[in-house]
Design a protein around this ligand. Structure first.
Ligand SMILES: *Cc1c(COP(=O)(O)O)cnc(C)c1O
Length: 355
């Protein structure tokens, strides 16, 4: 028996089931999914569940192709973008050469490299937390993955930057994880036609308020999508159930609703960052539905523990360079106001303690 002692699994944020908590730790959307999604689930014929779902997922793929103006054959769908990304690692990062990604980014990338025994090289973000993947020797790397906007910093790189990476690493696949793109970044979807080495991955979990449904997708030129399909059919032919497929199609068909909720979150983010600033916090410029923030003289773990005792959950990462930051999801305006009041209260207790 050979146990995989080398594997260090991903640790998801806490999902506590406590009444009245304010949950700002896993970047879920505070607004409900589109009413069209609710309607699709209500009117779903449960007799259908006796049958296998559509393994081709044509309706959902077509809806996404229409939404993004892509010709048929350029969309792949899966059980959450985590699954889609894992299949990308299997399909595209198997040359034996190391995969290139930032040291501070979505921590699942490292986990998949471990699991699949893919060598990898982590490139430090710059001093101001910008992505720094342009200096590598293109011939030495077997692929690149970046989150744009990056997590947990929230910082977005512009389309010119993504183009630079695509050109420089033209002989390997570049995966752009756009989980947060609808909150202010510039999508690379428009580059798919020009770049045969580009894969753009999106999720329904953040801007479409459907983290519980587990739907994600990849967009790329046809040969790359065909390669993903090949891996999928060698692993699990039915990763999406019929109910999720029906609900996801309804979500794609209501972009107006989701534009409105994304705009609300952006507005809340702007005022929250401003008020955090007034409390002495420095916040990185965010294009996501969360902010990454720290305050001189305030211990992030201590503050996070205090907030938890007040039933507010935020996320802390115990990693070099970011251990004094907290990642705070943008919730409803009233959630953010409660949080700001609690931070004020916390600062007062600190003052009395130091006297
Ligand atoms: C949330 C997130 C995902 C995973 O999304 P799911 O579709 O829920 O699996 C992927 N990448 C990044 C950067 C994320 O923040």
């Amino acid at each position: 028996m050979n146990f995989r002692d080398d594997i260090v699994p991903y640790v998801p944020g806490e999902q506590p089931h406590i009444a009245g908590i304010i949950k700002l730790n896993t970047n879920e959307n505070p607004y409900p999914p589109s009413p069209k999604v609710t309607e699709a689930i209500r009117s779903f014929d449960c007799a259908q569940l006796a049958l296998y779902p559509s393994h081709r997922c044509d309706k959902l793929k077509n809806a996404l192709e229409v939404r993004y103006g892509l010709p048929s054959g350029r969309v792949f769908v899966g059980n959450g973008s985590d699954e889609v990304l894992a299949l990308c690692f299997m399909a595209f990062f198997n040359s034996g050469k190391p995969v290139f990604f930032s040291d501070i980014t979505y921590s699942f990338y490292r986990v998949w490299c471990n699991l699949l025994k893919i060598p990898n090289e982590e490139i430090p973000l710059s001093q101001d937390f910008r992505i720094n993947l342009m200096d590598g020797d293109a011939a030495a790397y077997g692929g690149v993955i970046l989150a744009n906007p990056n997590a947990p910093t929230g910082i977005a790189e512009d389309i010119g930057f993504v183009k630079g990476i695509l050109k420089k690493y033209r002989d390997s696949i570049v995966v752009v994880d756009e989980a947060y793109i609808d909150f202010g970044g510039e999508s690379a979807v428009s580059l798919i036609d020009q770049y045969p080495n580009l894969v753009v991955v999106h999720t329904f979990s953040k801007s479409r308020s459907l983290a519980g449904l587990r739907v994600g997708y990849a967009m790329a030129q046809e040969p790359l999508i065909a390669e993903l399909e090949k891996i999928k059919y060698s692993f699990n032919a039915y990763p999406l159930d019929s109910l999720s497929l029906a609900a996801a199609v309804a979500a794609v068909e209501d972009p107006d609703y989701y534009c409105k909720t994304a705009q609300k979150i952006i507005k809340t983010r702007t005022s929250f960052v401003e008020q955090l600033g007034a409390l002495g916090f420095q916040t990185l410029p965010s294009s996501a539905n969360f902010v990454f923030t720290q305050a001189l003289g305030i211990d992030a773990v201590h503050l996070s523990d205090y907030l938890k005792s007040r039933k507010i959950y935020v996320r802390h990462f115990n990693a070099p360079r970011i251990s004094n930051y907290l990642r705070v999801t943008i919730g409803l305006p009233e959630h953010m106001n409660t949080l700001l009041r609690e931070i004020e209260a916390y600062k007062k207790t600190c003052e009395t303690l130091t006297i």
